[in-house]
Design a protein around this ligand. Sequence first.
Ligand code: 13P
Length: 247
Amino acid sequence: MINKVVAANWKMNKTAAEAQIWASGLIESLDEIPSDVQVIVAAPAIYLRELGQKFRDQPRVKIAAQNCHHEQKGAYTGEISPSMLRSVGVDYCIIGHSERRSMFLETNELISLKVKACLEVNLTPIVCVGETLAERESGYHYGVITEQITAALTFANPEKPIIIAYEPVWAIGTGISATNEQAAEMHALILGLLAQYNFTNTPVLYGGSCNDGNAAALFSMPGISGGLVGTAALNIRSFVRITQSFS
Ligand code: 13P
């Protein structure tokens, strides 16, 4: 089981040249990254194949897509399927990121189908869950996370690996991360839900303004297996420092 993970989510950032510079920087920095840390790079789909080839001989670096369709093939113009991602060497796929839930109207039901489609072809889903500020302020954050996790696991199976990322929506891209205690509380809730469904070895990552200044404190909290990092992962030096933040 992997229990120290740092995943970069580039979102819709970087030209092809910038992607290459970042990837070369990561290869040059691999000696500085602790050997027990799994690094995952979630890049725009157009770069995945080339990145996969670049990291072919680096088992500690895995490539992730940021989204996929819930069918393996068909008349879905503009979409990319889990089996296509597998065919170009992609091992992970972010599913249900809050930006996709809010801007692309992805529902818990659709996300459960995407998880199913990923698992069918052994593409490990990194399922994002998280509450909005309004949901937290109304005290419904426990309920939201419970619904999101329950839906995500509908077609999952403890035999097939899956990663969960707790990303409070109010912490994403705001510079205001959850406190260590807030994060630990929600991770404990998620781990309890996972255990109910017999998922006992599932890493739960924290995401939302995680950076090289707060990662060490967050990663030292019980139940936090690492981070899913947006803004602070765009710079290779700060990303490498985050990979060094486990105690
Ligand atoms: P930031 O690190 O920019 O807050 O983004 C987090 C995120 O959404 C990762 O998926």
